[in-house]
Write a protein that binds this ligand. Structure first.
Ligand code: NOJ
Length: 542
């Protein structure tokens, strides 16, 4: 008798972090449960049913640890403690259990590049030159003429070296002076941070998003960074972007550190290591590591950083696909707590096209909280700015507060986020733009996101299927996703004007499965497809 070999489904060969959707929560702004105007862990627990309804598979929390909050939690004073603003360790354990009960995963933020200046490690390190922890941070004498050790600048503006009166040396901080950089060349630092990872992995979290992974090791000789070519360079400006950080970031030795972090992650089953890395594609992909022993997912921020321009985006997708190592799994990000929201960058209508792109590209998508209801950057009056990046460089209008405002849940007071005045203001239209309203409106962005997420789950082609670019011009991009006998064509008009999809070599026919305009669903398309401005179509090919 002939033996029937059942082929495992394509999807079951993939891991949860490959076929799932990640959702980023900025905990200060998701849901307040105790009426202090700041979101917390109990608040998040109370909204997990919503996330399950939306269909996301994994929640990543920005930092919830003990912190003086100079950089809203990215300045950690105890890696194993929960900040009382967010709750207690019991609350955390409950949250983890509730996430897992719903079949979802939980990721935490790991901030290994720097600590708070209030962390006991730094307090010891700065106490004297011969303290055993002195070398845990990057201390250096000034130059013979009393000048700074080199020209490195802080990402948040100004010099990256802070003078310490007591011990008469400078320490390095890539971000605020309240965030001294750890010295990752020191094996004790490495060991201490690996133990932090184990502490949380032992608790059962499903992995980490690692903060500023490409910053972790700096040039041993501390050479000066060169000015950015072509910038209107003025050495007195002290603006980070005016230099190319070739010596302060992305050093070859960083890969050994990433490999170590991956090895710790791999001590546990089924966990994921994600790296925050803002680098051009050819450098980004090196963070997968040799033989894929680096980060599982070096965050791919192309859609966040590129101009919203069809040729540029089409090229970036293809370049990224082409640059991935053989086993490297792709990923895409459309928004985060550091960048303007997608709806503000590309416009309300175009944001739906962007969602269609994010959720139909090959690779793990990360959704930023609130983007699913089209939340926009909120105009924060100057005297209400709290983000240090905004406060330090007031003339540049680069505060990150506008993208970190409270989740808009309902038309209730403070949009259902809190009974107290929230830590950042809400937009004037939150009574109209909120989850509750959109849940009741089948035409809403929220339903569009939910439908897209469920289609991804339903169709392996959209999820783990192959990607093939089809046609792009000044307005459009298009591609086919395919798995087994399922084939989908995605056509996206990235412009506001009508456009024509007219591939030169092939012709396509099929049925619209989902479109930015709901009325398109079920329509047959063939050959040249006419799209309205800001329109995107997902077509099941016949
Ligand atoms: C990247 C984080 O995303 C950002 O919010 C933070 O300010 C810096 N790293 C410093 O930790």
């Amino acid at each position: 008798m002939e033996q029937v070999i059942t082929q495992p489904s394509v999807r079951s060969q993939h891991l949860w972090w490959q076929n799932g959707v990640i959702y980023q929560i900025y905990p200060r702004s998701f849901q307040d449960s105790n009426g202090d105007g700041v979101g917390d862990l109990q608040g998040i627990i109370s909204r997990l049913d919503y996330l399950q309804w939306l269909g996301v598979d994994c929640v990543w929390l920005s930092p919830i640890f003990s912190s003086p909050m100079a950089d809203f939690g990215y300045d950690i004073s105890d890696y194993q403690g929960i900040h009382p603003l967010f709750g207690t360790m019991e609350d955390f354990d409950e949250l983890l259990g509730e996430v897992h009960n719903r079949g979802m995963k939980l990721l935490l933020d790991l901030v290994p590049n720097h600590t708070s200046d209030q962390h006991p490690w730094f307090l010891e390190s700065r106490s004297s030159k011969d303290n055993p922890k002195r070398d845990w941070y990057i201390w250096h004498d000034g130059k013979a003429d009393g000048g700074l050790p080199n020209n490195w600048l802080s990402v948040f503006g100004g010099h990256a070296w802070e003078w310490d009166e007591v011990t008469q040396q400078y320490y390095y901080h890539a971000f605020l002076k309240e965030q001294p950089d750890l010295n990752w060349r020191n094996p004790q630092v490495q060991e201490a941070m690996m133990n932090v990872m184990r502490f949380w992995l032992d608790k059962g979290i499903d992995g980490f998003r690692v903060d500023v992974m490409w910053h972790m090791i700096k040039d041993e000789q501390l050479r000066d960074n060169p000015p950015f070519p072509g910038s209107t360079f003025n050495p007195n400006d002290l603006i980070y972007d005016h230099y190319t950080p070739v010596y302060s970031t992305d050093q070859p030795e960083v890969h050994e550190i990433v490999r170590m972090m991956r090895a710790v992650t791999d001590e546990y089953d089924d966990r994921v290591l994600i790296g925050e890395i803002y680098l051009p594609i050819h450098k980004l992909v090196t963070y997968y590591g040799q033989d894929n022993n680096g980060a599982h997912l070096p965050f791919n921020f192309q859609l966040l950083t590129l101009p919203w321009d069809a040729p540029a985006i089409a090229m970036a997708i293809d370049e990224y696909e082409g640059a991935l190592p053989a086993e490297g799994w792709p990923n895409w990000v459309l928004g985060n707590h550091d960048k303007p929201r997608i709806s503000s960058r590309v416009g309300r209508e175009q944001a739906k096209v962007a969602a269609l792109l994010l959720l139909t590209l090959r690779g793990t998508p990360t959704i930023y909280y609130g983007d699913e209801i089209g939340m926009r950057d909120v105009a924060i009056p100057m005297n209400e700015i709290v983000d240090p990046q905004g406060l330090n460089m007031p003339d540049l209008n680069i505060s990150r507060d506008p993208a970190r405002t409270p989740m808009q849940w309902s038309g209730e007071i403070n949009a259902g986020f809190s009974t107290h005045k929230p830590w950042l203001r809400l937009p004037f239209n939150s009574g109209r733009v909120n989850v509750e309203k959109q849940k009741g409106d089948m035409y809403s962005k929220l339903h569009f996101y939910r439908k897209l997420i469920s289609l991804r789950k339903e169709h392996a082609a959209l999820n783990v299927g192959s990607y093939r670019p089809v046609y792009a011009d000044q307005q459009l991009i298009s591609y086919v996703r395919e798995s087994g006998n399922e084939r989908f064509l995605i056509v996206l008009n990235l412009s506001h004007r009508p456009a024509y999809f007219k591939p030169r070599q092939e012709s396509y026919s099929g049925t619209v499965i989902l479109g930015t305009e709901i009325e398109r669903i079920g329509m047959q398309v063939e050959d040249i497809i006419t799209l309205g401005g800001d329109e995107g179509l997902l077509i099941g090919l016949s």
